[in-house]
Design a protein around this ligand. Sequence first.
Ligand code: HSE
Length: 311
Amino acid sequence: MSEWVKIFSPATVSNVGPGFDVLGFAIDQPGDELIILKTNTGKFEIVNETDIGLPLEPEKNVASVAVKAMLTELNAEQGFKIVFTRKIYPGSGIGSSAASSVGAVFGANELMGSPFTRKQMVRFAMEGERIACGSAHADNTAPAMLGGFTLVQSYTPLTICPIPSPENLYCTVVHPEIEVKTADARKILKKDISMRLAITQWGNLAGLIAGLMQSDFELISSSLKDVIVEPVRSILIPKFNDVKQGAMDAGALGCSISGSGPSIFALSNQKEIAEKIAVMMQETFKSINIGSKVFVSKVNPEGVRVMERGE
Ligand code: HSE
């Protein structure tokens, strides 16, 4: 059995317009890299090799909390050293805490002889989300773990459905250099919604899923609309409406907030369109002196993976 593994854990776009807390997909870039080593200390040691901050205390670190949840279920005492090379900024809206917790749980599971399936491991990674923002949602952890698009059909019991998507579906994500804490972006949401909005939203979510499964780009485009969360949260993102309008003008199928923001994503069916959207998004933020990072990627079908292992 291996003594250490090096893991790639991808960023994810959650909510995907109408699917608040239930729909998400993995992208190819960016992603975090983690090396996980078994130790005989019985404790967790966290090392951060980048300047992207993260808590080093095991009880506050999403990765060690998630692995601990797995060890508790195994009734096992095992020490691990987790060395992070982070590429995903916290508070970016592309699943930074999910990438850390999924990567660590997946790696630790490998080192423990793979007692759990990918689907079973999602619930441990969700414990990382609970300490990151107070809510154990799975719309980032599930796609980071399983790859592709995933639907959380139910939280109790946890039921995750992989959703097939068209081969030539491209995602553009822009991350403006501002931070929005998920906990804050959740606090501002309305607790109740009208029946009228609910009907529109569930029609759109069902339409989006049908469009993905049938590779029907027109249906994807007409369904990728969020009438509940985006109107509230978009006020936290400067120039959101301009970025969205620019993406649609450039040929996007749809555009919305990635997770709890401030990242914004757009889907398109051609790489050239996805790249054009990337340029436009960055220029819009630049016009108000906000720097940004931009990523163009296909949907990542595989999710978290082992890059290297050793004795
Ligand atoms: N579904 C979550 C939210 C994703 O929008 O708050 C962020 O982690």
